[in-house]
Design a protein around this ligand. Structure first.
Ligand SMILES: CC(C)(COP(=O)(O)OP(=O)(O)OC[C@H]1O[C@@H](n2cnc3c(N)ncnc32)[C@H](O)[C@@H]1OP(=O)(O)O)[C@@H](O)C(=O)NCCC(=O)NCCS
Length: 331
């Protein structure tokens, strides 16, 4: 067994690295949300302004059988790194995962960082090889998220009644939607919401620092998403005095438009109590159905302790299909 760093310009090695992750996830997760090959390859070729990736392969002779990746944040959270490890399902329990974890720890230390984070998925109410492995490697759980899916086509008949309910308490707030680019006049408000997210969304024991957002970071992310085929659909709420005070975002990869990922939703603290969370998510569901008529399944994750978000998601018909355990260890 040998652990080697993978040259990110070597297409056949990077493809094998990607494929091991795809097969390992397919063996243990109920829905396929693994990144598309073209998206992953473009990301590695162009690189990212905010993260440096280190790809590691576990080899048995010339055959790569395990794939690890350590992500080093470059703009904030410089005390930490995060890693993900996959082993070919046919080669698990032979020590490849352990060797990859040791290599990820080395990468983290060499970058001068003191904390390594990872996340592992498991069925609701149960453990999984990933969770048992991470625990055995010394990671400690910091927070658990329920991973939920909603079927947009099945739930669409319920939206009109929910919209009426949300509209009844909206007052003078307005709901807007956009795609791929945050409307120019709201970029500063949008950055403030992105930063507030880290104060507002529960992070449990995870040692995560708030991110800093500015116009440049927003534009870089928009360009990166378009380059890699990721299309963003968003909705926001505008307060009576013209500020954007709530946002929700989902991502659909143009190469596989039957599924999407619902990422952050935030209603600014002073503007809660008007059903804006429900209103903007509904508006975004409508936008998503119109833009991608074959889009059926959205996946999202929420901390169990996030009662308001869970209430909105329950109303929209999300149901828990797995759990994500976020873990960390000092290195
Ligand atoms: C998690 C994963 C990477 C483990 O890889 P692996 O090569 O099988 O792990 P190792 O053989 O090095 O196991 C190291 C230790 O982890 C624990 N472990 C690993 N798999 C386990 C399982 N299925 N059940 C119980 N313990 C397990 C054991 O303590 C094991 O030591 P032991 O074999 O001496 O008892 C692999 O199962 C996988 O790819 N899973 C899907 C992706 C994932 O969940 N990754 C984890 C998030 S980083």
């Amino acid at each position: 067994m040998e652990i080697r760093e993978i040259d990110q310009a070597d297409e056949s090695l990077v493809h094998r690295h990607w494929e091991i992750g795809r097969d390992a996830e397919a063996a243990c997760r109920p829905y396929d949300f693994y990144p598309q090959w073209e998206t992953a390859w473009t990301t590695y070729q162009v690189g990212r302004e905010d993260i440096r990736f280190v790809l590691l392969g576990a080899f048995d002779g010339d055959t790569m059988v395990g794939a690890g990746r350590t992500d080093l944040n470059l703009l904030d959270n410089l005390h930490s790194a995060s890693s993900v490890i996959f082993v070919d399902p046919a080669r698990q329990r032979q020590g490849f995962g352990r060797a990859l974890d040791a290599a990820c720890v080395e990468v983290t230390r060499a970058a001068g960082r003191r904390l390594l984070m990872t996340e592992a998925y498991a069925p609701p109410g149960g453990d999984s090889p990933g969770v048992l492995f991470a625990r055995s490697m010394g990671y400690v759980a910091g927070i658990e998220d329920g991973m939920k899916v909603v079927d947009l086509i099945e739930t669409e008949p319920t939206w009109a009644a929910l919209e009426a309910k949300a509209a009844a308490s909206r007052g003078d707030y307005r709901v807007i939607t956009w795609r791929d680019h945050v409307p120019e006049e709201y970029v500063d408000d949008y950055c403030a919401l992105c930063e507030a997210f880290f104060d507002e969304a529960p992070i449990g024991e995870m040692e995560i620092e708030p991110e800093r957002w500015d116009r440049k970071r927003v534009e870089e992310r928009e360009a990166r998403n378009l380059r890699t085929g990721r299309r963003e659909l968003s909705a926001g709420a505008i307060s009576p005095d013209g500020r954007m005070v709530a946002v929700t975002e989902l991502m659909v990869n143009e190469r596989i438009t039957t599924r999407g990922f619902q990422s952050g939703t935030l209603v600014s603290r002073d503007h809660r109590g008007h059903q804006l969370g429900l209103a903007i998510k509904l508006a975004n569901h409508r936008q998503a159905r119109a833009a991608y008529p074959d889009l059926r399944i959205l996946l999202t994750g929420n901390a169990d302790v996030n009662a308001p978000m869970n209430a909105v998601n329950d109303a929209l018909g999300y149901r828990e299909v797995e759990r994500c355990v976020e873990m960390q260890k000092a290195v």
